[in-house]
Design a protein around this ligand. Structure first.
Ligand code: HEC
Length: 130
């Protein structure tokens, strides 16, 4: 193989990789559009209005205000699981039916929770590192 064909081959490889990246990019963009888009500012209002904060705290930090309650800042579940969890909440958490909390309000709450700082590692607290 001459240097020349080697060079052409590597250009072809780069082109294939670039095309694959573009395809993945489109797929991601398409998915983002089908998921309900929540509004974190509106979500914060709903979060306070329907009383999530009474158990989970104003910053979703969790704690033991009324019951031992998990932190829900930066949830690692998809929005669909979040909404179905609310519809049929287990144990000490009250269920929120669609009459009380619409899917779009729930998606706004989800966006609000994702916008919270969440738990920070100990190294971020200067006092803990003295
Ligand atoms: C009366 C107290 C109370 C209220 C009000 C409440 N929760 Fe909860 N929530 C809990 C408790 C307790 C749990 C843990 C349930 C269990 O035992 O599995 C929980 C669990 C959750 C979880 C699951 C967390 C995880 O990581 O598995 C989510 C998400 C959640 N709550 C969101 C909400 C939202 C959003 C609202 C308002 C619409 C709300 N909660 C209102 C008490 C409450």
């Amino acid at each position: 193989m001459t240097h020349h064909t080697k060079y052409l081959r590597s250009i072809a490889t780069v082109a294939v990789i670039a095309a694959a990246c573009v395809a993945v990019g489109f797929a991601v963009a398409a998915r983002a559009q089908t998921a309900p888009q929540g509004d974190p500012t509106k979500g914060k209002k709903v979060y306070l209005a329907v009383g999530c904060f009474e158990c989970h705290g104003r910053a979703g930090q969790g704690g033991a205000m009324n019951y031992p309650t998990p932190s829900i800042a930066k949830l690692e579940m998809p929005v669909e699981s979040f909404v179905s969890f609310l519809r049929d909440a287990p144990n000490d958490m009250p269920a929120y039916t669609a009459n009380v909390l619409s899917d779009s309000d729930a998606a706004d709450i989800f966006a609000f929770l994702q916008s919270l700082p969440g738990r920070r590692p100990a190294k971020d607290f200067p006092l803990l590192n003295n």
